[in-house]
Design a binder for this molecule. Sequence first.
Ligand SMILES: [Zn+2]
Length: 712
Amino acid sequence: MKSLKLIGVFAFASFSAGIQAQENMNKNIENILLAEWQGPYQGVPAFNQMQVDLIQPAIEKGMEMHLAEIAEIANNPEPATFQNTIIPMEKAGEPLDRAFTYYGIYSSNLSSPEFRKVQKALSPEISAYRSKISQNEKLFQRIKSVYKKAQEDSLPPQQQRTVELIYKDFEMNGANLNKADKARYADINRELSQLYTKFSNNVLAEEENYVVYLDKSQLGGLPESYIKSAATAAADRGHDGEYAVTNTRSSMDPFLTYSNERELREKVWRNYYSRGDNQDEFDNNEVISKILKLRDERVELMGYDNYAEWRLQDRMAKTPEKAMELMMAVWPAALARVEEEVADMQEIADKENKGISIKPWDYRYYAEKVRKQKYDLDSEEVKQYLELGNLTQALFFTAGELFNFEFTPVEKGSVPVFHPDVKVWEVSDKDSGEIVGLWYLDPYARQGKRSGAWATTYRSATELMGGKPVLASNNSNFIKPAPGEPVLVSWDDAETFFHEFGHALHFLSADVKYPTLQSGVRDYTEFQSQLLERWLSTDKVINKFLKHHETGEVIPQELVEKIKKASTFNQGFATTEFLASALMDMKYHTTDPENIDPGQFEKEQLEELGMPEQIVMRHRSPHFGHVFSGEGYAAGYYGYLWADVLTSDAAEAFAEAPGGFYDKEVAHKLVRFLFAPRNAMDPAEAYRKFRGRDANIDALMRDRGFPVPEKQ
Ligand SMILES: [Zn+2]
């Protein structure tokens, strides 16, 4: 199906001058982290030669080189064209990109106190370097001139979109402002970045300052593994012989789920949901007010009504109204489900003669009792059928069926790795044998590796850069087994394994001309990987790969049914706590901040929405880091739901097809419209080409076990 495009030779011929300059530069490079990659697959990172003390000089030199290239583009006396402005911009900064590949490994996979020092020293330098590009007036005028011409006389589609994305990015960051406004804009950003740091430091302080210590008599209901880690956490804090419930989600959540001690549950719950809201030096309410006012002032300089309007213009949702419309369409069903969930829980509490009504600190505890009663799912039993080696083969099988990819392990030692546990596979097209790229897998937890699972690329493929093989990687934190022992993972972790592999496939299948088109759209990029999770529970994967690690017996159908049924469990709670946060995020960024007192505002708005008294926002405002400790998810928290709508809807396209999840025609469209174009096509348009219509929420409602709204 998908075959890798070969080099666009014409692009190289006409820019030989640029290449010559590049080659001269390469001769001056001594730092191995900046050097061109050598070896097979048109060069691979020299992970076997990197050193922490080479990082800072490499990044500094790389930034300097990139800025020199940018200056040359900006100072070109010729009238600006796509060829003499956008193309060289797209090509610039290659040595720096290489240095950042190593930087990324040290920050995520191999961190150390030594590296963190480097990171701290580099962080202001990196942000200064970025502003030097985004505030380069001459450069922007050239981009603007290419953009203006393209608005009158369109370029070929991928060129047109590249110019538009680049121009938009500059424009959204204030490039069109006059001198005085630009100065104010820069001041606002400086103030904001200090407030973001303050916000997250306050939350951190509150997590450290409120620890609940338990004695032996207070452990009722808690699992053995929790007790062990609580004992360690207490000892670490000088409380030997006690047990610490720390003020973090990973400690709070299981405590509220399992502890029989209702008063302690309430205490832990109050500590957690009061973070940043204790009317003391770490209180975040005033910080929020300041952030909202500054954000509003900043977008007003550029002529926008509110922050959300500015933020969403290049997202798939496009406007705050569209995002609100989606959230409010799901909200009533979530509330109705909460009522049912609370009734189920109350019944159990009444049977136990507890004489209580369900409070927020009871929700997880009684929900767990309902779960046991209704679904009787033993997660240990499920694990016996989820062995890492088999799951890896399941990924390859799925990629083979959908993308026509074949995965072959590379010869040991032929491709350098940064740790002996990292394995590498060659990815090729099943029919043509053409090489698509490499897939690196770093499976196990270790000290200095960040938690969770993620995907990244060391090199993306674009026609402009010669279509070199993609170098994609997946990273997990499975516990490394003793030699000869299997790695058994939970159902959730197996889903995550598929999810991250979905990101890798998104990189590997990219078919775009210019690097800018590789970029992501926040409410869209999670969708492809969420969708890939669905293949874990398809019949073919189950029958071929979900086998008992000792007996080889396929996972029993009734166990699979239980897993599927349990997936709609507690969706009232999950959807409501999420939506309450997402709705508040949007309300904060569409309301005039002069009138906002966060404590008051949160209370009033939730009341108006009919928030059930048994649930709080997943992230209450004073510790809503997604939104207030930076801008990553500000006016963007709804994006998770947006991507979920697409996921459910696209999954039904497969379910309805004659060949189901392995239908060749739907798979072909999936790769062609939803994976390969990345950001080369407007996401809404790409989706329409895949589905023949826009996504609607019906499939999502079915997936969550909610009633599907009637057609108007
Ligand atoms: Zn993801």
